[in-house]
Structures are given as C-alpha cells and as structure tokens.
Write a protein that binds this ligand. Structure first.
Ligand code: F6P
Length: 320
C-alpha cells in the first residue's frame, strides 16, 4: 500500500484529533501517504480529500472536535452512493481507509470493506456503546466533563437545599449516567437499561430529605423512558422536600480537549489501525480489551449490543 485515507465520522468525540495525528504520523513513518477525507462519508462522495503532511497535524493533539469535521450522510447507504465512493477512492489512488467514529460510522466502514476496500475502524464516541472494546475515544473526557458539572452543581444544591436533576448524553446507553452518577456521588441514577419509575425516584429523594441530606443529585441518561422535564413536573407535584432544579448538560459533554487517558488511547489506536491495515487486516476495528490492544471483526461490532457490567449497578446501589 502506498496511500491510505482517514476520516472522522458521526458525533465528534474528544481525542479524534489525536487519533488523526497518530494515523498520519504512523503512516509517514511507514513510508506511505495519508489523505484526510473532510466531513466523513459526505466528503468521500464529493471527493473532498487531500494529503495530510506531518506539519498539518501539528498542534492538534490537545484540541477537541475534529479538524477533518464530521457529518451524517444518507447517500452512502445507497448503491449509487457506494459506487460514487469507490470511484472517488480510485480517482485518488487510495488503497485503504481508516474510519474513526461510533456505531453508525463503523457500519459504514463495514460497507466499505464489503465493497472490497481494505478498511479498519477506530472506536470514537462519548457514549461508550461500541461492542467489542472496553472503551472508546472520548468517553473518559466526557465523563470528566460530567463530573466537573456534577461537582459544581452539588455546591449550589447544598447551599440552597435543592435537588438537581441532571441529564447526560449517551443515546440509548446508560454508561455515562451510571459511571457519572457513581463517581459524582448521585443519590439517584436512571439509565435506559435499568430505569426507575417516577414514583421510585420520588421515594428515594424523599428518603434522602428525611435522612437530613443537604442536597440530592439525580443523574438521568438521555435514553431514559421519560423526559427529564416530565420528571421535574412530577417531582414538584410530589413535594419530596427539596426544591427541584433541572440542568441538561447537552453538547458541553462533547467539547473540550481530551484527557491524558483519551490522548493515549487515541494515539495508540491510531497507530495500531495503520499497522493492521498495512499488515493486510481489513473489516476489523481496533479494540481495547483489558490491557490488550487487539482487533474485533466489524461485523461482530455492528451486530451486537454492548452491555454495562452489573458490578457498576451493584456499586451504585451500595453507595447511594
Ligand atoms: O453519539 C454521541 C451523541 O452525543 C449522543 O450522546 C447524542 O444522543 C447524540 O450524539 C447527539 O447528536 P447530535 O450532535 O446530532 O445532536
């Protein structure tokens, strides 16, 4: 292989830039050229790609977001779009592709592989919902952002004897809510996998009030079966003792520079992706399993549901 391409796709995640830098520099170290595809599959279809030099990825290691930008694209899902993608790759003599992104992006990577393009995926999504890897690029940074917010909200909650309902991201996965809740000392944690009824939430908050707690924190995953605004309304009617306030952390969780953990993870995964691609592996995703860096077939990754370890739920219950 003489020339490969890299793209970032789906929701951005802190550490994507560190991964791009690692791919480009590892490629150059192995004597190949690395093209950057702008705006993911949309850029692949329009041929929006150019050579990335070592200089072009300088100074991006610590930056949030992605210099290649990202976009969602429907056309690539069609046969016509896929033909166009192949044509663009041929036009630029690109022999392999590295896709950095979440679930949907890795599904696209599987399609590329099926079309005969050597492709390696790198998991990047704050949600930690990607099967086959313990963690993904961006999870640690998002979790730290959540903890920072929780700590700040607890200060003001305590001063006013209030309960804060805090909605965190994660799509259909409760990982960020659960670990954020455990590490942020939440009284209540609500995830899509193990939701609590609104009545149970009211009961837990009332019991925290009766015990004499100065504040209460309830962390709610965005994938919970009811809206946080509905929960707030319900709790206000129940008069649980605390005044209720609501904060939706939203996209603040996706921004910011990556933590040391995410920089290291992204750097290692980026380099590994290049090595695997050049060694002839295709249709795989780089994965972290315990202390081992390995690969998992993309078909397995995209056809299975990642489960949160039950141990975390036990911890949450014991420590609340
Ligand atoms: O997958 C990452 C994520 O931030 C999810 O947690 C969230 O549900 C979604 O993306 C938000 O997507 P958008 O940026 O398109 O609003």
């Amino acid at each position: 292989m003489k020339r490969i391409a890299v793209m970032t796709s789906g929701g951005d995640a802190p550490g994507m830039n560190a991964a791009i830098r690692a791919v480009v520099r590892a490629g150059i170290a192995q004597g190949i050229e690395v093209y950057g595809i702008r705006q993911a599959y949309a850029g692949l279809l329009s041929g929006d790609m150019e050579l990335l030099t070592s200089r072009e990825v300088s100074g991006i290691l610590q930056r949030g977001g992605t210099i290649l930008q990202t976009a969602r694209n429907e056309e690539f899902k069609t046969a016509q779009g896929q033909r166009k993608a192949l044509r663009r790759l041929n036009e630029h003599n690109i022999e392999g592709v590295i896709v950095i992104g979440g679930d949907g992006s890795l599904r696209g990577a599987t399609v590329l592989h099926d079309l005969g393009v050597p492709t390696v995926g790198v998991p990047a999504s704050i949600d930690n919902d990607i099967y086959g890897t313990d963690t993904s690029i961006g999870v640690d940074t998002a979790l730290n952002t959540i903890l920072d917010a929780l700590d700040r909200l607890r200060d003001t909650a305590t001063s006013h004897n209030r309960c804060f309902l805090i909605e965190v991201m994660g799509r259909n996965c409760g990982y960020l809510a659960l670990t954020g809740g455990i590490l942020g000392g939440a009284e209540v944690i609500i995830t899509p996998e193990r939701p609590l009824s609104m009545e149970d939430v009211a009961r837990d908050l009332e019991s925290a009030y009766v015990k004499g707690k100065a504040h209460a924190i309830a962390v709610i995953a965005e994938g919970a079966p009811y809206k946080v605004t509905e929960l707030q309304e319900f709790l206000e009617k129940q008069h649980v003792g605390f005044e209720i306030r609501l904060t939706i952390l939203g996209h603040t969780q996706r921004g910011g520079g990556p933590t040391a953990f995410d920089r290291l993870l992204a750097t290692r995964m980026g380099v590994e992706a290049v090595k695997r691609l050049l060694a002839g592996e295709t249709g795989v995703m780089v994965a972290r399993q315990g202390r081992v860096q390995t690969t998992v077939p993309l078909k397995e990754v995209t056809s299975q549901q990642r489960e949160i370890t039950g141990e975390y739920y036990d911890l949450a219950q014991m420590l609340q």
